[in-house]
Design a protein around this ligand. Structure first.
Ligand SMILES: [Zn+2]
Length: 257
């Protein structure tokens, strides 16, 4: 009987979370007012390099993200001057719960609930309403961690976890990953082939009708790279070389068709 009760309680919690997530997600892509996005830096490795880098972060470190949405919003005739407002929060002293590789569905559900609790606690440290979207950016010293695990954006829950490099030279690349995961939380899907990492044609191309097709001058944000040829692609250095393509614009409700 107790087991049945426990499962019933878990199901009720999940139903509430799912309903709330649906509402939040719908409200977050109405684009009738600026979407508030909180950036929460986290020390990912406890190194001196990372600690120094965290102390050096200012709102200007993330300004390119807001500018990207301003510019792309104009291309889609959005009526908002600033579709997204970025708020920098103080560093969070604990790391978000990690999802073990190869976790089953139940473990994944429990992890997503723990991540929600973590995100709720982190936003509570500052007075005022919590931001609509919370992105946790885990910084690592690039000389210790040359490759990062996959960042993720929880579509149902408006929470993202981004692995980033504690290096000013990589700030442009970090901003691209933050923006990509932010768009995942708003319902955008990947526009690249998971096997080859090549942008998918035509959705993952900034200019699919361009003649000649290669090289593409810009990258589509959910493709992550710009195609140089049918089987090679390059990571852009900053959001200046990235656009929101029509398929992504549709998914985040910037256009109807
Ligand atoms: Zn992605």
């Amino acid at each position: 009987m107790w087991k049945g009760l426990r499962i019933a309680v878990l199901l009720v919690v999940l139903a509430i979370v799912a309903g709330r997530a649906w509402y939040d997600r719908h409200a977050s892509t109405s684009w009738s007012a600026p979407l508030w996005v909180g950036i929460f830096p986290v020390d990912g490795d406890g190194s001196d390099v990372t600690a120094r880098y965290l102390a050096s972060l200012t709102p200007a470190s993330f300004a390119s993200i807001g500018e990207f949405f301003d510019r792309e919003g104009v291309r889609y005739a959005l009526r908002l001057e600033h579709p997204v407002r970025i708020l920098l929060y103080p560093p969070v002293p604990t790391r978000p719960p990690a999802l073990e590789r190869g976790s089953g569905p139940l473990a994944t559900i429990l992890w997503s609930l723990r991540l929600r609790v973590y995100a709720w606690r982190a936003a509570r440290v500052v007075a005022g309403p919590a931001p609509a979207v919370r992105i946790f950016v885990l910084y690592h010293d690039p000389s210790r961690t040359p490759t990062q695990p996959h960042s993720l954006g929880l579509e149902k829950g408006l929470i993202g976890v981004v692995y980033a490099f504690a290096s000013r030279a990589m700030q442009g690349g970090n901003a691209i990953v933050v923006t990509h995961e932010l768009l995942h939380t708003l319902g955008a899907t990947d526009e690249y082939d998971p096997q080859t990492l090549q942008p998918r044609f035509p959705e993952g191309y900034a200019e699919p009708n361009r003649e000649p097709r290669f090289p593409q001058p810009f990258a589509e944000i959910m493709a992550g790279r710009r195609a140089l040829s049918a089987d090679s692609a390059q990571m852009p250095d900053s959001l200046d070389e990235v656009v929101v393509g029509p398929a992504t614009a549709r998914e985040i409700r910037w256009r109807d068709r």
